[in-house]
Every structure is written in structure tokens, then in C-alpha cells.
Design a protein around this ligand. Sequence first.
Ligand code: CA
Length: 235
Amino acid sequence: MEAGAAAARRILLVEDEAKLARFVELELKYEGYLVDIAYDGRTAMDMFGQNAYDLVLLDLMLPGFNGMEILRRIRKTSDIPVIMLTAKGEVSDKVVGLDSGADDYITKPFAIEEVLARMRVAFKKSAQKAVEEDKSILRIKKLVIDLPQRMVKWDNTEIDLTKTEFDLLAYLTQNKNIVLTREQILNQVWGYDYIGETNIVDVYIRYLRTKIDDRFDVKIIYTTRGVGYYAKEEE
Ligand code: CA
């Protein structure tokens, strides 16, 4: 039971089946959540505009405009966690839902424990995202990486990096003291659709070492032989 931890969280439940809505409401309240119910799309958008919610449970088939339309409207202004509730047979809509920014979906009929578990996952992800956004300035030794401005300095001396060099350095620094495999680096920095030599990672690590480690006579980037690379904070 995580009632205490969930005490302040406010949920918008959008569901036109009154009995189901009432059941979910009671269970969520029992868990310590605050719950508002909207039985149709228009009311849902009104409530969303008027209150600050922490998560939306969103039925797909609704009178007025449907769940997809509500999701689209929510996503124009908010990255709040949204979990779609879909009936069996709406499988293709599930995929569409995730594509258009739903965090998760649950198929009806569902066990309430499943809903609560998915909600906890969504909250956790959302909290992690907030922490990541807070980490827009990265530091390692005398190196300062300003992510929004895409600027790198060593002890106030600006370092000129290409886009890829910057992305690579940022990724290593965000995961400092953690060994990243070439594959992880490749996927993150070059993207999953990159087609080409995997030794591109080694080439760019060399560029970075030349521009930072060698130039300022420091050691930022370490090699774990046969595995990959990591940025190290301590000597
Ligand atoms: Ca419905």
C-alpha cells in the first residue's frame, strides 16, 4: 500500500461507463489519490483546463470527442502521464495511442491492481524526466556542459565541438562513471537507424580526447577494453 506516497496526486478519470468510473474512482481514492471524473470528452477538456492533474486515465471510446482527440489536445500543452483505457478489439487504436503520446494503455476488462501498477510506473517515469530536465548543466572535473546552449567549457575556456562530438560528450557525462557499450553509444548518439561502421564511436572518442583530454592535459574519457567507454569524475 502506497497511500501515503500518493496522497497529493490528482487524477482525471475520463470514462463514460458510469459503473466502471465509479469503481475505479473508489479504488483510487482508497489508495489515497484525489479523483475527478469526466463522462465525456468536452467535460474532460474543461476539467483539464481548470485543474492541475498528475495523471489522466483516458477511455478511448467516448461521446463527444473520443480519447484520441482528447489526447491530441492534452499533448499540445502538457506532457502529463496519460494511460489509455481501451476495449478489446481496439488493438490498432492502441498503437495509434502510443504513437500520439500516450504513456501506456490498459485493455478492458482490467484488474484494478494492473491500473495501480501502471500508474506507479508512469509516475516514476515522469519523476525521472523531471530530474533529467533539471540536469541541463553537466559538470565533470573542470568541464562544464551547457545542454540548452550546447556550449562546453574547460575552466572557462570554450571548446569548439561538432554536433556529434557534443552529443557524445553529453551522453558520456550524463552517465559518468558508468561504462557505456559501443552499441549503447551508437544508438543514443547516432540513432537506431544508423547504418555504417561501429568503429565510428572509437573515431569520435579520439576526436574528443584530442580536443579535451590532450589539450587540457586531463583524463575525462576512459576505455574499458572490449566493452566501451566512460567519463570518470574521480582520478
Ligand atoms: Ca467508453
